[in-house]
Each structure stands twice: as structure tokens, then as C-alpha cells.
Design a protein around this ligand. Structure first.
Ligand code: H2B
Length: 94
């Protein structure tokens, strides 16, 4: 079920750097030293996406990766988006 604006504002606080977009999604841009490292990150995100059966939109611009999360089936943001964003934040930190 899609989250309310109040719920979204609350959950946004738990995922630093993620911002709400106009189109009912959350987005964050990650910057890496080069293209190769950006692709390593994309593959790690891909693993998490497959594990959780929840898939972000991924844009790669050389050393920058932009991830956009929303739940297509709900037509907006759900806790799945924030859960995956939380897992993505832990990449490289454990
Ligand atoms: N990812 C996202 N972001 N939104 C969805 O609604 C979605 C998904 N649905 N990944 C999943 C897959 C669905 O198609 C499968 C069948 O569970």
C-alpha cells in the first residue's frame, strides 16, 4: 500500500541523502572514482534488488549512479522502497 505524505516524511529521515522526487519516488546520486567502480556498485544494488524482488531505476553517467525507487504496482512509495534504500546504504559498510 502506498505511504501517506506524513509516513514518507518520517521514513525519509532514516535514509540520508535520499530525496523525494515530483513523481512519487525517492532518488539518490552516488559518485565513484571511475566507471568501473560505479558498475561494481550497480551490481551490488542488482543483487539486493533480486533478493528483495524490488527493483530501482538505475542510470549510469560515467562515474555517477542515480537510483530511483518507487513501487510500480502501488503507483507510489511503499515501505519496500525505504527498506531497499536502507539496504543500499549499507553497501560497502560491512
Ligand atoms: N520493483 C518495483 N520497483 N516495483 C514493483 O512494483 C515491482 C518491482 N514489482 N519488482 C515486482 C518486481 C513484481 O513485478 C514481481 C512479479 O514481484
Amino acid at each position: 500500500m502506498a505511504l501517506s505524505q506524513t509516513e514518507i516524511q518520517g521514513k525519509l529521515r532514516s535514509v540520508p541523502g535520499w530525496e523525494l522526487t515530483k513523481s512519487k519516488a525517492i532518488q539518490k546520486k552516488f559518485t565513484f572514482p571511475d566507471f568501473k567502480e560505479a558498475l561494481v556498485f550497480v551490481n551490488q544494488v542488482g543483487e539486493l534488488a533480486e533478493k528483495s524482488d524490488h527493483h530501482p531505476d538505475i542510470t549510469v553517467n560515467y562515474n555517477k549512479v542515480t537510483l530511483t525507487l518507487s513501487t510500480h504496482s502501488a503507483g507510489g512509495l511503499t515501505s519496500k522502497d525505504f527498506d531497499l534504500a536502507g539496504h543500499i546504504e549499507k553497501i560497502g559498510k560491512e
